[in-house]
Structures are given as C-alpha cells and as structure tokens.
Ligand binder design. Structure first.
Ligand code: 5GP
Ligand code: ZN
Length: 115
C-alpha cells in the first residue's frame, strides 16, 4: 500500500497535517516527534505506508538501511555529540502506537526518561 488515508504519518507525508521536517527525499521523511522523550527526538519514516517491521520485505532492505544510516548523521547535525538511541517499536506488545513504520532517534544531554 502506498498511502493509507487514515494514517497520521501518511497525512504528514502528504502535507495534510503539519510537522517539523528535518530531512526529506523521494522515499524517506524525517520530522520531530510531537511529544519528545529527550532534547532531540526525530522520527524517520519511509514515505510508503509500511505498517511495521513485520511487513518489511527483502525488497525494502536498502530502504531500512537508509533509515539506519541516516539517523546518526541527522543526530550529529542536530548537535547530539554524546550518544543516542535508535528505536523501532513493533506491534501492540512492542509498544507501537502509530502503525506506519518509524524509527525513533532519541538523544541529547541526560537525564531523560527511558522509553
Ligand atoms: P510509537 O509508540 O508508535 O513507536 O511512537 C509513535 C510516536 O509518534 C510517538 O512518540 C508520538 O509522540 C509520535 N506522534 C504521534 N502523532 C504524531 C503527530 O501527529 N506528529 C508528530 N510529529 N509525532 C506524532
Ligand atoms: Zn501511513
């Protein structure tokens, strides 16, 4: 599925609801989390509507690698110099609340709550 009309992150991709974007290309969007856990909290998403890691296919390996490699670069650009976390919550018991695959990149000076 390329977009789900009921999905909040698809609406952000489509520009139908606002977000503080920090990076965008043809297949990836990165924006600030609306309820940050830490001084810097980015969400990295594929623009395509992929529900969760369970739905990732081998064809999306490069896309997932792109998210993985992009996060450290953007955290450095955001001034995070002393470490950060990259987190993907998958499914109900994984704590996933938005069912459009996203990677949290969370960092900045501690203390901040562990998710
Ligand atoms: P999950 O628990 O699914 O891994 O994380 C979903 C994240 O999306 C949460 O950290 C939440 O604050 C964030 N979020 C939910 N709705 C919005 C929104 O409309 N805009 C932005 N920027 N973040 C959102
Ligand atoms: Zn979506």
């Amino acid at each position: 599925m390329s977009a789900d009309p009921n999905c909040i992150f698809c609406k952000i991709v489509a520009g139908q609801i606002p977000a503080q974007k920090v990076f965008e290309d043809d297949e990836v969007l990165v924006f600030k989390d609306i309820q940050p856990w830490a001084p810097v909290h980015l969400l990295l998403i594929p623009k395509r509507h992929i529900v969760s890691m369970v739905d990732v296919t081998p064809a999306e390996q490069a896309l997932m690698g792109k998210l993985m490699v992009l996060a450290p670069k953007l955290m450095a650009e955001a001034g995070v110099t002393n470490g950060f976390r990259q987190v993907i919550n998958t499914g109900i018991d994984g704590g996933q609340e938005v069912f459009h695959l996203h990677m949290h990149a969370v960092g900045g000076p501690r203390p901040w709550a562990k998710a």
